[in-house]
Design a protein around this ligand. Sequence first.
Ligand SMILES: *[C@@H]1O[C@H](CO)[C@@H](O)[C@H](O)[C@H]1NC(C)=O
Ligand SMILES: *[C@@H]1O[C@H](CO)[C@@H](O)[C@H](O)[C@H]1NC(C)=O
Ligand SMILES: *[C@@H]1O[C@H](CO)[C@@H](O)[C@H](O)[C@H]1NC(C)=O
Ligand SMILES: *[C@@H]1O[C@H](CO)[C@@H](O)[C@H](O)[C@H]1NC(C)=O
Ligand SMILES: *[C@@H]1O[C@H](CO)[C@@H](O)[C@H](O)[C@H]1NC(C)=O
Ligand SMILES: *[C@@H]1O[C@H](CO)[C@@H](O)[C@H](O)[C@H]1NC(C)=O
Ligand SMILES: *[C@@H]1O[C@H](CO)[C@@H](O)[C@H](O)[C@H]1NC(C)=O
Length: 493
Amino acid sequence: MEELPITITIFSTTRFLRLCLLISGLMLLYTTTFLVNANGVASSIGINYGQIANNLPSPQNVIPLLKSIGATRVKLYDADPRVLRAFANTGVQFVVGLGNEYLSKMSTNPEAALAWVKSNVQPYLPATNITSITVGNEVLTFNDTSLSGCLFPAMQNVHTALTNLGLDKQVTVTTAHSLAILDTSYPPSSGSFRKDLRGCITQILDFHTKTGSPLLINAYPFFAYKGNPKQVSLDYVLFQSTATTNKNNNNNNNAGGSAAAGILDPVSNLRYDNMLFAQIDAVYVAMAALGFKKSPSVQISETGWPSKGDEDEIGASPENASKYNSNLLKLVMKNKGTPMRPNTQLDVYVFALFNENMKPGPTSERNYGLFKPDGTPAYQLTGISSNTSSDDDHNKTTGGGASSSKTNTTTGSSPPDTSSTGYLSISSATVVSWSSLFCAFQLWIFYRLSLLRVNVFTKLRITHTQSLFPLQNQSTCCIAFAIAPTLLHSHPY
Ligand SMILES: *[C@@H]1O[C@H](CO)[C@@H](O)[C@H](O)[C@H]1NC(C)=O
Ligand SMILES: *[C@@H]1O[C@H](CO)[C@@H](O)[C@H](O)[C@H]1NC(C)=O
Ligand SMILES: *[C@@H]1O[C@H](CO)[C@@H](O)[C@H](O)[C@H]1NC(C)=O
Ligand SMILES: *[C@@H]1O[C@H](CO)[C@@H](O)[C@H](O)[C@H]1NC(C)=O
Ligand SMILES: *[C@@H]1O[C@H](CO)[C@@H](O)[C@H](O)[C@H]1NC(C)=O
Ligand SMILES: *[C@@H]1O[C@H](CO)[C@@H](O)[C@H](O)[C@H]1NC(C)=O
Ligand SMILES: *[C@@H]1O[C@H](CO)[C@@H](O)[C@H](O)[C@H]1NC(C)=O
């Protein structure tokens, strides 16, 4: 668009200015509300806070660690009162867990379910924002039919207890499944649930649909890579495939052998540039096959990558873990949906907050943490500030320091995506500078509009937001747009 000099008379200028002010205000409102509501709520980072260890910091000292990575949602495997108390009034949202060992009792005894909710959930509300209860973890894939049979009735009883206490609107009931409830996940269009589980899963999906709770899946592309490192491309599992375009349409159906190109699903014709998205879409297809086409939504209750493993655990390294989790968090921040559900936000809980020294199994099991027990980063996450802001008197995150200064980012003019470091920091210290950026953004719109010198109303009606900014150089705008939803959802701790 051509820029014309300002040749407006004084009289119309003042009216025009007022109009501009109004419009820029509306634009700001639009930017924030539209971006946040487009997909329901803006995505935020969730993390699994497992505690199978004897050397973890106190819950109080965990708060700044969460803050340093911008996590606003936490998933527990129990309902640890120390944690729930420590996080009162922090704005952090909690998923609490009811362990598998309780299922049998909960399934037959509604009173037990009520008692559990009364002592493990109700006392912490509303100061601690418990939003969900996971009843059991990976129950169906233990292949223990008596345990599996308890799952659905236990979920029902816990939900009934919440209803009786008037808490069912704020606390949902769900359970976390292993991805192994699928018997086929590749290509995504062929996704299907294990035959022997379909009856049970149908009941559970029906429950989710009726109560508005999500289906939770624990998904680890790491396992797929470890099991088959020759066939599966490391770039594909680490979110590093480059081809999101369909320019190479030759369908060589080789499970990701052509690393950079990602994978083309021959049936849906959708291209996947990472395995996690393919796994999620396989779940959506499996659900649709049982008649659940619109709901429930799918959330990733666990995903992660170990920074250390045994000899035979190929791919486990700090560098690879950093790539997996950094790239994952960037996707989450971008509110990017899967190819099949591009407009559905990705809700992810990273596994895990800490390396847990008492977990049994291969070495990798004890090395999924973003943090070591002493509070230092297990490795550096690129693009996520791991430096707690100076108003904390904690000296936890001394490791590496994510690309030095994060507080003067307002001067950076490149869009968040292009910079691999320092693209986002949600610490309270930076919020102030972001709001000054907002100010600048508003002024800038105001300035641009005044240059337009056309009928702004017509313009507004007929154009998409993009064309309201005729500048080639839209970096400022990009940053503001990208940051708006984050800002609104970065709670003060
Ligand atoms: C708890 O989190 C939910 C989900 O974001 C939110 O709607 C609700 O307002 C929060 N409640 C409190 C008390 O902060
Ligand atoms: C459970 O059963 C499925 C199929 O019946 C099998 O593939 C899987 O390995 C079994 N899992 C365990 C943990 O035994
Ligand atoms: C990532 O894992 C692969 C497979 O084990 C390994 O060859 C590679 O060196 C690792 N990359 C880094 C940077 O550690
Ligand atoms: C934090 O600082 C104190 C004193 O400055 C020191 O004793 C302590 O070891 C530090 N902790 C960590 C985790 O660096
Ligand atoms: C963390 O930030 C503070 C204040 O912004 C700074 O003084 C300190 O050097 C930083 N630490 C690291 C490791 O970058
Ligand atoms: C950030 O900006 C402030 C004020 O403009 C300045 O005093 C400070 O030195 C800057 N910090 C860095 C790391 O550039
Ligand atoms: C946008 O403006 C900045 C600062 O003026 C400049 O450094 C950058 O190269 C420009 N980008 C484009 C794409 O013109």
